[in-house]
Design a protein around this ligand. Structure first.
Ligand code: PLP
Length: 368
């Protein structure tokens, strides 16, 4: 038996085999929280831009000919919108997180990170030369302890970085950002906030939770493939931090720039979301969040065992609901779950019907 076959068989035996399944049924899974990706507004903007001759590909690194006024315009709009001095656009949020953690912390620095930060941050932290400390989820005392430890051993000019999410991707709970910012200020640390699930959805005009914090020590990541409905990741920070990324982030330097069309549409979507249309979409989503008694648009239904989670998801899929089981290593062992994603497109009737179907599917988890 070859190595790959054996590995795949092992995953299958553990109910951990991942397969690709095309979208079908009522969307309770995607991150299109505000219905932007199929919106007539964005479609019209795309058609108009294509008719006017926008380039579909960038055909080069941003540092060479891949840089266009569409990228420049998006970055300047985003910096203004998210309250930062400067911003930088990456092809994906994953790439942006890698860049932040690979390029900014150095050998004698310490990165203190919440145990539930996304795989892209974990990957960046893993690849960073800095020492790292994992702390219990949203636990301010644990953050303070870790800061004290890092501070005691701190060399001159070493930097402490704190890495959190504003809305946690698999739990939907919200970080105590003001308290974290106070701690960061007290210890003269940088606060890196992944706003992936807040961008467009939360904060004034959809600018996220971090925009209202003092920005001098804050770095934010805004992903553009979720509520924004397009693709990419915008890092927002001081001009010095952004210029450092431009000069040292290998994934930025040695990679083809995101297509100008993508940059253009991302800006259009952010503009739409910042206006009246965005307010209506956020209000519709909020109504659904309140109806479902959820903390945010992400509603985790923790089931526990992988097989049970798969079974409940399958029953719901059979009834036309696109719900997926999320298993380790994406979530901690023993917490396999359904990650229900609410959106402004869902009606209260559909949510009520889904809740009835969910209760029934959960009643006898293992029976087919
Ligand atoms: C919290 C968080 N950060 C970063 C990312 C990566 O963003 P992207 O999908 O744009 O690569 C994701 C996507 O799943 C995420 O949930």
């Amino acid at each position: 038996m070859n190595r790959f076959h054996k590995k795949l068989q092992q995953l299958k035996g553990q109910n951990r085999l991942r397969t690709l399944n095309a979208a079908q049924g009522i969307d309770l899974t995607s991150n299109d929280y505000l219905g932007m990706r199929g919106s007539t507004e964005l479609r019209s903007a795309a058609i108009e831009a294509i008719e006017q001759g926008i380039d579909l590909g960038a055909a080069g690194s941003r540092l060479l000919r891949g840089h266009t006024h569409h990228h420049e315009s998006l970055e300047s709009y985003a910096a203004d919108h998210f309250g930062a001095e400067k911003s930088l656009y990456f092809a994906t949020g994953f790439q942006a997180n890698l860049a932040i953690f690979q390029a900014l912390p150095s050998r004698h620095d310490t990165i203190i990170f919440d145990e539930l930060v996304h795989a892209s941050s974990r990957e960046g932290i893993h690849n960073s030369p800095a020492h790292s400390i994992k702390v219990a989820h949203n636990d301010l005392n644990a953050f303070e302890d870790a800061l004290n430890r890092a501070h005691e051993n701190r060399r001159e000019s070493a930097i402490i970085w704190i890495a959190v999410e504003s809305v946690y991707s698999m739990d939907g709970d919200i970080a105590p950002l003001e308290d974290l910012q106070n701690l960061a200020q007290k210890f003269d640390a940088y606060l890196i906030i992944d706003e992936a699930h807040a961008t467009g959805v939360w904060g004034e005009n959809g600018a996220g939770f971090a925009a209202s914090l003092p920005q001098n020590n804050v770095i934010t990541l805004h992903t553009c493939g979720k509520a924004v409905g397009v693709a990419g990741g915008l890092v927002c920070a001081s001009a010095e931090i952004i210029d450092t990324l431009i000069n040292t982030a290998r994934g930025f330097i040695y990679s083809t720039a995101p297509p100008p069309l993508q940059a253009y549409l991302t800006q259009k979507s952010l503009e739409i979301l910042a206006g009246e249309d965005g307010n209506h979409r956020r209000a519709a989503l909020q109504k659904n969040i309140t109806h479902m008694n959820a903390k945010s648009q992400i509603l985790p239904i923790i089931i526990g065992e992988d097989a049970h989670a798969l079974n409940v998801a399958q029953k719901l899929q059979n009834q036309g609901y696109d719900v997926r089981a999320i298993r380790p290593p994406t979530v901690p062992e023993g917490t396999s779950r359904l990650r229900i994603s609410l959106s402004s497109n869902l009606t209260i009737d559909v949510l009520d019907q889904f809740q009835t179907a969910l209760t029934k599917a959960m009643e006898n988890k293992i029976a087919a």
